[in-house]
Design a binder for this molecule. Structure first.
Ligand code: ASP
Ligand code: MG
Length: 417
């Protein structure tokens, strides 16, 4: 029997009537001849409420109990979805993570999949069940405790089931109708993409296009799970939404597929760092240990400055704005122990990152030049540049972020298919 995975996010199961609406979509696929694994999120807002309850009860909570509480939202939706399907005469039952069992690591609140054995669920399909409704976002540790996968984790549950069961496709139903060339709230010219390559989606997801949890895209890429993002609020068919797939499936791609942004960035510069072997490691080691998520890094050409015996350099890096204090503390401590030396630490907390992404960049020259020209035409000053094979990112003043996104969307003519 061909099998589909269908995942419904929080807003798609926000109340009983939406659960009914989602169940009707499942019924359509069953009538087309599919066995279906449905992955559900908690009803929207529920997980936040549960997290709040845990934090109010115990500020330094035991992560195992956090997972016990926070995973429960999905259990409710799974049971309600199974009941709704039964009311529609579809043989369905719910599955909590431990019943499958979805085996994960013991890293509570950030667990990773170890294995999803198929036997239990296959046996139920063989008995005549058409739909297995699985509580997303959760699993069970080797110690037999309930785990959760990190916020947004039910996307990853869906992809993992699609991989484990060889699903024809993994449909992610959400409150938007697909993946766009950029955020439609910023550029009204944003266009829905019919297809996007895994690698591009990965860049867009990690750059702040919040449609899919980044890990779910990584997993889909690794196991070549065809992933479709579509709206549960619209009538949909096989052609709806955006297909995230292998680049071989995309015949002709534009040089740039999308413009992504990340609003809350900060730039930190260590002025006149002693330039010697090991200095980068002495800076970024402590930052990593402090859990600081460093993104872009630029090391200036070194100079021999007055008052310094050897050559010095300036080292600039970007971090999320809410990690600036932690990064500063790590640098001050490293300076106090003598492992690094610098004159000054300069912080700029009013920056944003804007990036253009596209697999077409691999074979096309001049993309950076076009990007910089578009920004120059709008008088947007670039503070830091970083590139990879399929992405060019710049840090700019946050107040120009919207302008930059619009200008780049226009410059690469992303409104045209
Ligand atoms: N309910 C969980 C969350 O809000 C998992 C998910 O919906 O993906 O993060
Ligand atoms: Mg989500």
């Amino acid at each position: 029997m061909p099998l589909l995975v269908m995942k419904f996010g929080g807003t798609s199961v926000a109340d009983l009537s939406r659960i009914k609406n989602a169940a009707a979509k499942v019924k359509t696929e069953v009538e087309r001849g599919y066995d279906v694994i449905v992955i559900v999120s908690a009803m929207s807002g529920k997980t936040n409420e549960l997290v709040g309850w845990v934090e109010s009860t115990s500020p330094l909570y035991d992560a195992r109990e956090y997972d016990a509480v926070v995973s429960s939202g999905e259990n409710v939706t799974a049971g309600l979805m199974a009941l709704t399907l039964q009311e529609m005469d579809i043989p369905a039952r719910s599955w909590q993570g431990w019943q499958v069992p979805i085996q994960t690591t013991s890293a509570h609140a950030a667990a990773r999949f170890v294995d999803i054995p198929r036997a239990n669920m296959d046996a139920k399909f063989a008995e005549g069940f058409k739909v297995a409704v699985v509580a997303g976002f959760q699993g069970v540790s080797p110690e037999g405790r309930i785990t959760t996968l990190g916020r947004g984790g039910s996307d990853t549950t869906a992809v993992a089931f699609a991989a484990a069961f060889g699903a024809e496709r993994c449909d992610i139903y959400t409150d938007v109708d697909g993946v766009y060339t950029t955020d439609p709230r910023i550029s009204p010219k944003a266009r829905k993409l019919d297809k996007i390559a895994f690698e591009e989606m990965l860049e867009l997801a990690s750059l702040g296009a919040k449609v899919l949890q980044t890990r779910s895209v990584e997993l889909a890429m690794r196991y070549k799970v065809r992933l479709r993002v579509l709206s549960s609020f619209e009538d949909t068919d096989e052609t709806s939404g955006t297909l995230v797939c292998d680049e071989d499936e995309i015949m002709e791609s534009k040089v740039v597929s999308g413009v992504a942004y990340s609003r809350d960035e900060a730039k930190m510069t260590l002025i006149r760092v002693a330039d010697r072997p090991g200095v980068a490691s002495a800076i970024f080691g402590p930052l990593a240990e402090a859990g600081v998520n460093v993104d872009m890094i630029v090391q200036n050409i070194s100079e021999t400055a007055a008052g310094h015996s050897g050559a010095t350099t300036d080292m600039t890096f970007s971090v999320p704005v809410n990690q600036v204090a932690r990064a500063r503390k790590a640098m001050e401590e490293a300076r106090a122990t003598g492992s690094i030396s610098y004159d000054e630490l300069v912080e700029d907390t009013d920056v944003a990152k804007v990036s253009v992404v596209g697999i077409g960049m691999r074979s096309q020259v001049g993309v950076a030049a076009r990007m910089f020209a578009a920004l120059a035409a709008e008088n947007v000053n670039i503070k830091v540049i970083a590139t990879s094979e399929i992405k060019i990112s710049v840090l700019i003043d946050r107040k120009y972020m919207e302008l930059a996104v619009q200008a780049l969307h226009d410059a690469f003519e992303l409104e045209k298919a």
